[in-house]
Write a protein that binds this ligand. Structure first.
Ligand code: C5P
Length: 294
């Protein structure tokens, strides 16, 4: 079975506070992207999984973690999950703030729930997903949402607005724990994320552009100073707002003029490893067993 794992961007990311367990409570607006990995997943008749990828895969990857958590959950139902062959075709860059690893885990969790007939509801899937990574619940939901807690509290936003944006990932990546660790030093106070939601309800581009915020941006810029230069490059090419997504290092640039986006992509393509115009806001696709399209 072929399934899809869509990336995300943060149209807002506000850090509310550091919790006693070291995680950070967040207030976010996330939107799914057209950019996606493709995963082939098939039962292999063996006891163990064979997980492969067309890019280097860390030994403890999100898919391995997701399978372990699903097996634990199945065993609580008195059931056993056999081995799977899982092949990932990677298109989402890593250490980018695009939830590449989380998207893969989310797609696998949803697929195995269906294939094994585990009957787990959305909320239970979010709980299991949170144990793999904080962005996994949003990737399971797969539609523009207000996201709170550490990422497990999902409320879909009633909007069908979608738009293109330019995504640029420079050579350097940002480690998520390091960005969070620097947040306190660079803190700028709380922002009104309700306004971002209001902008999405009203299809109000001006309001959206003026209220989008990422509280981790100063921390990431301190870790990777060339991000400031990338912002300048993108701004010079006519993008009206340039902001980092998640904990970086991908930057997104906005314009209502498609030509500006395409021209900026053309100019930046030779200078950075990942440059693409992508669509944000359309609900993520599930794959051959879901209701999506390729
Ligand atoms: O859950 P995930 O693996 O994506 O998180 C990576 C790291 O980022 C965590 O170990 C934690 O240091 C930090 N983090 C955080 N607060 C969040 C999400 C992540 O502090 N809400």
């Amino acid at each position: 079975m072929k399934i899809y794992a869509n990336a995300k961007v943060n149209l807002a990311l506000d850090v509310v506070r550091r919790r006693a367990d070291g995680y950070h409570e967040l207030d976010m607006v996330m939107a799914p992207l057209s950019l996606k990995d493709t995963i082939d997943i098939t039962p292999n008749g063996a006891d163990t999984d064979r997980i492969t990828c067309d890019a280097p895969l860390p030994e403890t990857n999100t898919v391995t973690k997701a399978m372990a958590i699903l097996r634990e959950e199945a065993s609580c139902q008195g059931r056993t999950i056999g081995g799977y062959d899982i092949h990932i075709t990677k298109r989402i860059p890593e250490q980018a703030g695009l939830a590449g690893g989380s998207a893969d885990a989310a797609a696998v969790i949803k697929a195995v729930n269906r294939l094994e007939g585990l009957g787990l509801g959305e909320e239970r899937l979010y709980e299991l997903g949170t144990r793999v990574g904080a962005d996994v619940p949003f990737c399971i939901a797969g539609r523009t949402s207000r996201v709170r807690g550490i990422g497990e509290l999902i409320r879909p936003i009633d909007t069908d607005w979608g738009f293109d944006l330019l995504l640029v990932k420079p050579e350097a990546g940002v480690s998520t724990p390091e960005a969070f660790a620097r947040w306190e030093e660079t803190e700028t106070g709380l922002h009104d994320i309700d306004l971002v939601e209001e902008a999405l309800h009203k299809h109000n581009a001006e309001l959206l552009l003026s209220t989008m915020v990422n509280s981790l941006e100063p921390a990431a810029m301190a870790l990777v100073p060339e991000l400031e230069q990338l912002r300048e490059e993108m701004t010079e090419l006519g993008l009206v707002r340039v902001m980092m997504t998640g904990s970086g290092s991908a930057m997104m640039g906005f314009s209502v003029d498609q030509e500006v986006l395409e021209n900026a992509a053309l100019m930046l393509r030779h200078r950075h490893p990942f440059v693409q115009v992508v669509h944000a806001g359309a609900p993520a696709e599930s794959g051959s067993a879901g209701s999506g399209r390729e």
